[in-house]
Design a protein. Structure first.
Length: 449
């Protein structure tokens, strides 16, 4: 059977989509190639959130075409995901050697179309149409790597987004919100547990919007909290995480869930984007700086040690130096454990792309660096505070950078490296932190004895 190589750009949802496509192909007899140089099929799963991500994927495909078409003309080449959805046939018009363009609601069709392309019963395929029920098709998993079982897994609970932030192309590439049933998600989680998974991370474009249209509030609990409760009841699930939420989803029912559901870990990634109310309004984010701060305060009241991370955009159209200073002051006030900082990128079909007062590139870059430096300084201090403490980790396996060491993650989502062995994989254990590196903690092996 043919071998397939998939390269993924962008967010964790894209990674999850790629995993599901790979699992579907393996189930049909395809093998996974270790490198594109030996693959019969090369697929790029693309991102459209920033222009840089699109340009990287386009340059990559141009290089792949140049390298493969001369030596291996029969290789099938394809684009998947958000850029495929956004650009459609335009990609083949630009790069005629591309065989497949598959949109975000069509991942489950990959094997079918690849079979046809390999058999040469079709020359090219472009499918970016909507498909009812597509939210329930991303459920297959590849849990074995290097002969080892995975301890953690991501579960896609919904597709799409209804927020329409003025900077974001995602509603155009992922469609409107569509949620799976609680029963279907629980069944997938049970299957994962039976295969050795101990930690489940729930995925959605705005994961806290889960079931808003389909599942009524019950006993004052949103559909998302009802889902958390259902997964919490599964024997064998040790930890529950979710990403990415929206501040509007942090109602009191979710804050209280952190207090009464012990499997829901003390970690919250809550994108804020800006510390300026004026900019937040221009972004159409739907909350104020004070509302965001109140969420953080409430979470820290129920879980004082909770790890809080976020996303920022530097240089949004119309952002003044005063607005940017408000973002810096928010970073100082919250004291984030970590933050992802991005320069604003114009995306077609988004209102922000046409806004006046676009910030010059040089200013965006300078603000990005200032913000990143502050975030890193504060984050490093948060990590140093862990030195000397006894923390609980779930051991995931060997460290990627040094396979002789083991790596785990605290409940607050901090990576811990320690001198362990394969027998520690999948264990929940306590280690004492002896030093802090760059967003990495190091544990004392003596605690393991």
């Amino acid at each position: 059977m043919p071998s397939v190589y998939i390269k993924t750009y962008g967010c964790q949802m894209n990674e999850r989509d790629s995993e599901a496509v790979a699992a579907q192909l393996v189930a049909k007899g395809y093998t996974l190639a270790a490198a594109e140089a030996v693959a019969d099929v090369i697929l790029l799963n693309t991102c459209s959130v920033r222009d840089l991500a699109e340009q990287k994927a386009l340059r990559k495909m141009e290089n792949v075409i140049a390298e493969t078409r001369r030596q291996r003309p029969g290789v099938v080449l394809g684009f998947l995901g958000c850029m495929a959805q956004s650009r459609g046939r335009e990609l083949i018009d630009r790069l005629p050697d591309v065989d497949l363009v598959l949109g975000t609601q069509k991942f489950h069709r990959a094997a079918e179309y690849l079979d046809e392309l390999i058999a040469r019963t079709r020359d090219q395929v472009v499918d970016v149409g909507e498909e009812e029920g597509s939210e329930g098709t991303i459920r297959e998993h590849l849990l074995n790597g290097n002969g080892k079982k995975s301890v953690t897994a991501y579960v896609s609970i919904m597709q799409g987004c209804n927020q329409y932030c003025t900077f974001c192309i995602v509603p155009h590439t992922r469609g409107e919100e569509r949620s799976r049933s609680i029963a279907d998600i629980v069944a997938e989680c049970r299957e994962l547990v039976s295969r050795g998974v101990k930690e489940i991370t729930l995925l959605g474009q705005i994961v806290t919007s889960y079931g808003r249209r389909e599942i009524p509030t019950k006993g004052g609990k949103s559909a998302f909290v009802q889902l958390l409760e259902a997964i919490h009841e599964i024997d064998g699930v040790e930890r529950i995480r979710f990403t990415s939420p929206h501040p509007k989803g942090y109602g009191d029912d979710l804050v209280e869930a952190y207090d009464r559901l012990p499997k829901l870990v003390e970690s919250a990634h809550i994108p804020v984007q800006s510390g300026s109310d004026r900019v937040l309004s221009l972004m159409h984010r739907g909350y104020t700086r004070e509302r965001y701060l109140s969420i953080v305060r409430k979470l820290r009241e129920v879980k004082p040690e909770i790890g809080v991370s976020t996303d920022f955009i530097a240089g949004f159209p119309g952002e003044t130096e005063e607005d940017f200073e408000e973002t810096l002051s928010l970073v100082r006030e919250v004291g984030f454990d970590q933050a992802f900082v991005f320069k604003y990128s114009q995306r077609r079909d988004t209102p922000a792309a046409e806004m006046p007062e676009q910030v010059p590139q040089a200013v965006k870059e300078e603000r990005n660096q200032r913000l990143l430096q502050l975030v890193n300084d504060i984050g490093a201090n948060q990590y140093r505070k862990q030195v000397g403490r006894l923390v609980q980790i779930l051991v995931e396996g060997p460290s990627k950078k040094n396979p002789a060491r083991m790596t785990g993650r605290t409940r607050c989502n901090k990576i811990v490296i320690f001198e362990g062995a394969g027998r520690h994989r999948a264990q929940i254990m306590d280690v004492r932190i002896v030093r802090a590196g760059s967003f990495t903690l190091y544990g004392d092996p003596a605690v393991l004895e």
